[in-house]
Design a binder for this molecule. Structure first.
Ligand code: TYD
Length: 140
């Protein structure tokens, strides 16, 4: 992917349609870090919701859309890319200093995130200008 510190993560799956779809994520195999935290987002009743709008100083995560769909915009301060998240077995690894925005949620959308560390508000960058300044500083 053209955005720095991001990549696609393709999981193994068994599509037994109409008897279900089984998807498997394994630490150290297709998830490139030790999973310390799992969180999920459901009940996206507001199609106009905008989530994310932040970057992380250090945190590594892999995000999946296990049901429905949404749009994920990735931005490393230089390049942007929009990923349509609609396949339960295809996730996106998001490393440090990637500004992410989530929009266009289907009402049945369910988002699963695997994270390499515990929640730490101090790791968040929630101001876009501060994010750009940090990216510039890291380049020097
Ligand atoms: P945030 O990460 O900003 O959500 P999103 O990027 O999906 O819009 O988190 C929303 C709120 O939830 C924020 O107040 C912090 C809190 N939160 C936790 O307490 N623990 C967690 O593991 C996460 C992900 C969020």
């Amino acid at each position: 992917m053209k955005v720095k510190n991001t990549s696609l993560v393709k999981l193994k799956y068994f599509d037994d349609y109409p008897d279900g779809n089984l998807v498997i994520a394994e630490e150290g195999k297709n998830i490139p870090f030790k999973i310390k935290r799992i969180y999920y987002i459901t009940d996206l009743g507001n199609a106009k919701a905008i989530r994310g709008k932040h970057a992380h100083r250090k945190l590594e995560q892999v995000i999946f859309c296990v049901k429905g769909s949404f749009s994920l915009t990735l931005d490393d301060g230089k390049n942007k890319s929009l990923v349509k998240m609609n396949k339960p077995h295809v996730g996106v690894r998001i490393g440090k200093l990637v500004w992410l925005t989530m929009t266009d949620f289907s009402s049945d959308c369910a988002i699963l995130v695997l994270a390499a560390d515990f929640y730490d508000e101090a790791d968040y960058i929630r101001n876009y200008q501060e994010f750009l300044n940090l990216v510039k500083k890291k380049k020097k």
